[in-house]
Ligand binder design. Structure first.
Ligand SMILES: [Zn+2]
Length: 248
């Protein structure tokens, strides 16, 4: 499960790092990739930055998070319990599992991922007690959520040449309204492993129930490989894909 942190409770330091992640997502968008970007931070400094490259390499596993882990793992062997990941979209099930296996301490993300999210939206990979072979990690969402959503919408407004059945989207209209933030529950989330180096002062407002960080519209992504199938969808239903994500 993840915790939604309302804007007024978000720490400026976390926002600054999320801004860095958004820069990476913008780079992905400029390269016709589903715009998801991330930064791994340790002791107040970035140790890895990455973005989606699924289209570039025709490899649905080249999500931003895994790309970054590949680069940092030799110099920072697990567990990564003192490291915080800032990523513009809730990690998918694949990445959420990988993050747990490398012992990440904390994940901060922008918008939810109701189709592939592994921090509560689809499966609770980050904190499930059933996965007791690896420690749970904290997941917090809502940081620059609107910006993350709009980047995804901009991507899906354009045609994805790498989709199996690319379709013209000239009739689409870029939506600018942002769905309301998720409702809150009182389910606790793991707190013990939060890295102190980047710990914000924000108060928690409750855990995010499955899909609640994911409004009905536009919060999500999809892999370039499946995006074409959504070409017929109304722009209001751009919640179908995990941009960096693998095909369901
Ligand atoms: Zn992923």
């Amino acid at each position: 499960m993840a915790t939604y942190i309302p804007p007024q409770e978000q720490d400026p330091l976390d926002l600054a790092w999320m801004r860095e992640a958004l820069y990476m997502a913008e780079e992905a968008l400029a390269n016709d990739e589903v715009p998801v970007g991330c930064v791994f931070v340790k002791d107040g400094g970035a140790i890895a930055r990455a973005r989606n490259r699924t289209n570039e390499w025709r490899n649905a596993t080249l999500h931003a998070e895994l790309e970054a882990i590949d680069h940092l793992i030799l110099s920072h062997p697990p567990p990564l319990s003192t490291i915080t990941l800032y990523v513009t979209v809730e990690p998918c099930v694949m990445c959420a599992s990988a993050l747990r296996q490398v012992g990440i301490g904390r994940v901060v993300y922008g918008c939810g991922n109701d189709r592939f999210g592994g921090c509560g939206s689809v499966i609770d990979v980050n904190s499930s007690s059933r996965l007791n072979s690896h420690p749970a990690y904290i997941a917090e969402g809502g940081y620059y959520r609107e910006e993350a959503i709009m980047l995804l919408r901009r991507f899906y407004m354009s045609q994805n040449p790498n989709a199996p059945k690319p379709k013209k989207k000239a009739t689409r209209v870029l939506k600018t309204d942002i769905p309301p933030p998720p409702s809150l529950s009182n389910t606790p989330t793991p707190q013990s492993s939060r890295p102190s180096s980047t710990a914000p002062t924000s108060r928690r407002s409750g855990s995010i129930p499955p899909s609640s960080l994911n409004p009905t519209v536009g919060d999500h992504i999809q892999s370039g490989q499946t995006e074409g199938e959504d070409g017929e969808r109304n722009p209001d239903t751009l919640n179908s894909v995990d941009g960096h994500v693998s095909n369901p």
